[in-house]
Design a protein around this ligand. Structure first.
Ligand SMILES: NC(=O)c1ccc[n+]([C@@H]2O[C@H](COP(=O)([O-])OP(=O)(O)OC[C@H]3O[C@@H](n4cnc5c(N)ncnc54)[C@H](O)[C@@H]3O)[C@@H](O)[C@H]2O)c1
Length: 445
């Protein structure tokens, strides 16, 4: 199934910024019954965080790897278990309220859209989708059906990220001209596609793992688990994996929409793995918090970031391993990723930040060094929203646009060193050869 028509239909939505999350359809319930699709890796962390909320009943578990399913079942023995999410959703439709999708990226949209069509609330891991067309489709569906939704960018609810947002919006460094962000992680692969095939292990349903993507022979350790991130058919490289977290605060704080131009400096495409090193430059139209236009630069891969005077720290201190630096008219704000407070730099020196001056009502709470406490906030916010208490802070109305932005940089990696021009209204690039990567054919499986 080709969904290019879907993007066209949803193109008009792209200019509507920050739509509010909708009221809960479950306002009168006090238990939220959840179904979890993908329970190995991050899926297990998601399960634990949801289970830590008193109102949650883990009703169903689904994984295409029976070893991951068994481990989860040991922790939640009362939950029903499935290998195929379609069967789970069909059979348990009236026994679940919300669906959590923690699979590899290429399955996020097919599973989420099926659940949303059944009017379920959806918590979907980041990046929201593998393709721009899917992000637009999910946003449109969530809005039409007024569903509670949240993308799994838990740092969005962390104290230090929220503080950075308040500081930037208060004008602590004036209007922002440039943001530089980096991660030295390498979720790319410069080698050739593997030849031949390996026997599919008994514990894995390879056809279900491939899902809507094209058929491909199984190779041990190349795809499952985790390594799919490096590969174009399933993941989104380091930018999709880490950029979506690290750019979330600049995106949110500066109230950006989608960019006008994107350029990725990287090696030539191989059609199999993402480049192991990327420098991606985005240009955005100005907003009330930026100069006339805003430049975002992303660096990834071993050794990132490439040094630049904007990134020099006082006393020649070493840069945090991952993070973002905001350059404003009056100074710079460094936001390490993650669980570290933002740092203000003016005239080459660190300046004290008097938080109470900026967070007058104390709504941010206080910093904690406990990752578990911080991470659970984002999940609990979703559960509470489903129970009619409060709103989600990263609903699809927000996170689909952030994801679209990130994915445009991923697509730019197919056209090294070329500036691509994005027309958000038409949902297409001026460079028509790039438009084929906005969508993908879905296989019947
Ligand atoms: N928010 C975060 O901090 C964070 C951290 C890590 C991963 N993630 C995200 O979580 C998702 C999963 O990443 P991971 O590292 O756990 O990957 P993984 O490969 O380690 O685990 C994915 C799990 O999903 C299962 N799975 C695959 N296809 C499935 C299908 N069709 N139906 C049901 N189960 C299926 C796999 O068997 C495996 O157990 C990704 O979207 C990733 O970006 C988020």
């Amino acid at each position: 199934m080709k969904r290019r028509e879907f993007i066209k239909n949803t193109a008009a939505l792209s200019s509507v910024a920050f739509l509010p999350n909708q009221l809960s359809p479950f306002g009168n319930i006090n238990t939220l019954r959840t179904a979890h699709i993908g329970v190995g890796g991050m899926g297990m962390e998601d399960l634990k965080s949801f289970a830590s909320h008193d109102a949650v009943k883990i009703a169903a578990l689904c994984d295409v790897d029976s070893r991951a399913l068994k481990k989860a079942q040991e922790v939640f023995p009362e939950a029903k278990v499935y290998a195929d999410y379609r069967k789970l959703l069909e059979e348990m439709s009236d026994q679940i309220d919300a669906v959590v999708v923690s699979t590899p990226d290429h399955t996020h949209a097919p599973a989420s859209i099926m659940a949303m069509n059944m009017n379920k609330a959806v918590y979907c891991q980041k990046p929201l989708t593998h393709h721009v067309a899917e992000a637009r489709a999910m946003r449109k569906l969530a809005e039409e059906k007024q569903l509670i939704t949240q993308m799994g960018i838990q740092v969005h609810s962390f104290y230090d990220y929220q503080l950075a947002t308040v500081l930037i919006q208060s004008g602590i460094i004036g209007k922002v001209k440039t943001v530089r962000a980096w991660s030295p992680k390498n979720w790319g692969f410069d080698g050739p596609a593997p030849q031949g095939s390996d026997p599919v292990p008994e514990h894995l349903d390879w056809n279900l793992w491939l899902g809507t993507s094209a058929k491909r022979p199984y190779k041990a350790d190349v795809y499952h688990p985790g390594n799919w991130r490096k590969l174009m058919d399933y993941g989104c490289g380091t930018l999709g994996d880490m950029g979506v977290h690290i750019f979330d605060t600049p995106y949110n704080a500066l109230q950006l929409d989608v960019p006008k131009t994107i350029k990725n400096q990287c090696r030539k495409p191989t059609d199999f793995g993402y480049p192991e090193h990327n420098i991606v430059t985005y240009k955005f139209p100005g907003t009330p918090y930026t100069a006339k236009s805003l430049k975002w630069i992303w660096y990834d891969g071993e050794g990132a970031p490439k040094m630049h005077k904007d990134l020099r720290l006082p006393n020649n201190e070493k840069l945090p391993d991952q993070g973002a630096m905001f350059m404003g008219e009056k100074g710079r704000l460094l936001l390490p990723h993650f669980m570290e407070l933002p740092r203000l730099i003016i005239d080459g020196k660190y300046q004290k930040i008097e938080v109470s001056k900026y967070d007058k009502s104390g709504q941010l709470g206080s910093p904690t060094e406990d990752y578990g406490i911080e991470a659970n906030k984002h999940y609990h916010q979703f559960v509470d929203a489903c129970l009619g208490k409060g709103k989600c802070s990263a609903p699809f109305s927000y996170s689909a646009r952030l994801t679209e932005t990130i994915l445009l940089g991923v697509i730019a990696g197919r056209f090294p060193n070329k500036t691509l021009h994005w027309d958000s209204e038409k949902a297409e690039f001026r460079e028509s050869e790039a438009n084929q990567y906005l969508d993908a054919e879905y296989r019947d499986f």
